[in-house]
Design a protein around this ligand. Structure first.
Ligand SMILES: [Zn+2]
Length: 343
């Protein structure tokens, strides 16, 4: 089963080839003394023999058609397996939803990034493959982090967005009550060209919130640009992201610039607008880009005979989607984050 992977070092191809096979866990040691564990289909970790100070989780393809992050992770895995780079830190790569890579869709039955922190087992329970996989991914992250009590825990869940965005690359910093937001992490992301941070305001069922909340990891949902099919990504646009991730894995310390708020766009979530009626409809055009702003009083949407208006002097919108089931989120509204947010 592993021979082809050993030859061509293409973990994505291995993952796609084995969608319908049971991948038994398999370990081996590279000549540079890194232990490699293939734990499941799409799940691989690299563990240096000694001296690591960080436990890093890099996940991609939680939405299967978001190809750029898959290419970035696969390239890093390829370089690690080929020993053209050497891991100084422990790193776990997760290719989230291989079946939806094959179908070139966001998901097969259910949006996986709403299924973490136990949501996979709520309601109708483990009734589809995405729910089963989300539960397994949680366990791999738990096993990886809990194997090592003393390291800094980091999880970047890498995505690309469906809609074009006023800020091409941005990250969501999960709600973390009682913990300050890390300037170091924000400047690391800025080094990846992710210059826009959205501070979330409440618990969610996303993968990054799970790692943040359960393991006190520095965890982010990172949006790296617009969804494109394989082969159509302009990889030059991801060069800085890749360089920073490579440094993170292969260096003891990463040099990040000092905090410079003038170079950043910092937003906090003012509210999440949920759908209450089937006739929910946005007033703005479908081509409206993420982070578009509206002034107070502007009608954002209508439903059930009422209007939903901008309630702050200025609110920007992100992730609008009116085609969700009643009860789910249609859009997040944002306001500028106060300066004291970051420490
Ligand atoms: Zn996504």
């Amino acid at each position: 089963m592993f021979q082809k992977l050993m030859n061509d070092k293409d973990f994505l191809a291995f993952t796609i080839d084995n969608i319908n096979n049971k991948v038994v866990s398999h370990s081996f040691v590279l000549s540079n003394q890194t232990t490699v564990n293939i734990l499941d289909n799409g799940v691989i970790s690299f563990n240096p023999a000694k001296g690591s100070t960080k436990d890093i989780v890099l996940s991609c393809a939680i939405h299967g058609n978001e190809t750029a992050p898959i290419e970035i992770c696969n390239e890093l895995i390829n370089q690690l397996l080929s020993e053209t780079i050497v891991a100084k830190q422990r790193v776990l790569f997760l290719i989230g939803n291989p079946e939806s890579i094959l179908t070139q869709t966001r998901f097969v039955e259910e949006n996986m990034n709403r299924l973490f922190s136990g949501a996979h087992s709520a309601g109708e329970g483990l009734c589809n493959k995405e729910r089963v996989r989300a539960k397994q991914l949680e366990q791999y992250v738990a096993d990886f982090f809990l194997d090592n009590e003393h390291s800094q825990r980091i999880h970047y869940d890498l995505h690309t967005a469906i809609k074009p965005s006023k800020h091409e690359k941005f990250a969501i910093y999960p709600y973390r009550p009682g913990r300050s937001f890390s300037a170091d992490q924000i400047m690391f992301l800025a080094g990846c060209d992710v210059d826009t941070i959205l501070f979330h305001h409440e618990p969610t069922t996303t993968f990054s919130y799970y790692s943040s909340e359960q393991f006190k990891a520095d965890a982010f949902t990172v949006e790296l640009g617009k969804v494109m099919p394989f082969g159509e990504n302009d990889m030059a646009k991801f060069a800085n992201t890749k360089t920073m991730l490579l440094q993170l894995i292969t260096e003891q310390n990463v040099n990040v610039a000092p905090l410079d708020k003038d170079k950043l766009h910092l937003y906090k979530v003012s509210r999440s607008i949920n759908k209450h009626f089937d006739d929910f409809k946005f007033t703005f055009d479908k081509s409206t880009v993420n982070f578009s702003g509206f002034d107070q009083g502007h009608v954002l949407a209508t439903e059930g005979g009422t209007s939903i208006c901008v309630s702050h002097p200025y609110e920007a919108i992100v992730f609008p989607n009116e085609n969700v089931p009643v009860g789910q989120r249609t859009v997040l509204c944002l306001v500028p984050a106060p300066n004291e947010y970051i420490q």
